[in-house]
Design a protein around this ligand. Structure first.
Ligand code: ATP
Length: 314
């Protein structure tokens, strides 16, 4: 997230961003001094429980609402500026369309708002109808569209004019498994063009394999889990032993967090697949006779929930 060349302009740069909603008797601090730098070509999962501030954060980056404090830049331009808006595509949680218009008409209308020429409008509309597999429905009224088709149309509109940043608020809500797979494919295609994608969700499990990084929000603040995740809480490595194999010296496993140990085998906490060869080879060197190894990956969402429940997330 913070990577990339030193001189490259970050796609998103937020400094100490605070948002307080006022109205009525109470004020709600939806975001509290959030700072974040995102470089190009990444897919980031914005994860957090209901009310964590995800929609607020995305709306601020999209320039739809004003921050109470702090600064937000998109591709080097202040959020809400024309240049920033031109650099991004945004899909709200529940995209709404005028029911009587066709998908093609909606796309052409939005393409015109981008200031494209007549030829470019036609070209972009055809490209996106094909990319989002909407050609078959292009001339039907949007009012009859299923949720999945609406999501695809919203994505097509957000991808008009090839934005460098794509913001999706809970895109998989209500999608069937096939819809989620299709969404994943489209987002990977978008990433391959060098664009950055941010996807918010309170259940990232289904999009987990897609994201290259995560931002955890809780009560309007970014929660730093990097150290806990690096300490080996990402997955469970189950190792089966030949009956009668010498038991593992505990000190050998101090750096790998033995979670369960018995004569039949052991379970070790690891930071990810990259730890597997090291654990296995150190056990083999210690004379342990291994008959089977399986990495039971714990998805990031479970990790988040567990760490949060353990009190680390507050
Ligand atoms: P969800 O997963 O339920 O969509 P979220 O993480 O997107 O939640 P936000 O919608 O950003 O969270 O809300 C953050 C906090 O700000 C919540 O306490 C919410 O009630 C409050 N909030 C959001 N919008 C407004 C508003 N327009 N006026 C007052 N309070 C608001």
């Amino acid at each position: 997230m913070n990577g990339g060349e030193k001189d490259a302009v970050p796609v998103i740069e937020c400094r100490e961003v605070t948002k307080v909603y006022r109205g009525g008797k109470t004020a709600v601090r939806a975001l509290d001094r959030v700072s974040l730098r995102v470089s190009g070509g990444t897919i980031i999962g914005l994860i957090g429980p209901n009310g964590a501030g995800k929609t607020t954060f995305l709306s601020l980056i999209a320039g739809l609402i004003f921050p109470t404090g702090g600064t937000i830049r998109v591709c080097g331009h202040p959020a809400r500026s024309l240049e920033a808006r031109r650099s991004l595509g945004y899909i709200p949680e529940s995209p709404a369309f005028l029911a009587r218009y066709s998908a093609r008409a909606m796309l052409e209308y939005h393409a015109a708002l981008h200031g494209l020429s007549r030829a470019a409008i036609r070209e972009e509309t055809d490209r996106l109808l094909a990319q989002l597999r909407l050609e078959e429905y292009a001339d039907r009224a949007v009012g009859g569209f299923s949720l999945g088709m609406r999501q695809r149309l919203a994505l097509a509109i957000a991808l008009l004019d090839r934005p460098r940043l794509l913001l999706l608020d809970e895109p998989s809500n209500g999608l069937d498994p096939l819809g989620v797979i299709e969404l994943r494919q489209v987002l990977l295609e978008v990433q391959r063009t060098g664009a950055t994608v941010i996807i918010s969700s309170h259940r990232l499990g289904e999009l987990e394999r897609l994201t290259s990084d995560y931002v955890f929000l809780h009560q309007g603040r970014i929660v730093e889990f990097a150290s806990e995740l690096a300490a080996g809480q990402m997955g469970r490595l189950r190792i089966e032993l030949l009956p009668g194999s010498p038991l593992v010296a505990e000190e050998l496993l101090t750096s790998y967090r033995p979670l369960e140990m018995s004569e039949a085998g052991l379970v070790v906490g690891v930071g990810g697949v990259q730890d597997v060869p090291r654990v296995v080879s150190s056990l083999v060197q210690a004379g342990v006779q291994i008959t089977g190894v399986a990495l039971e990956a714990q998805d990031i969402e479970q990790t988040f929930v567990r760490l949060y429940q353990e009190g680390d997330g507050s």
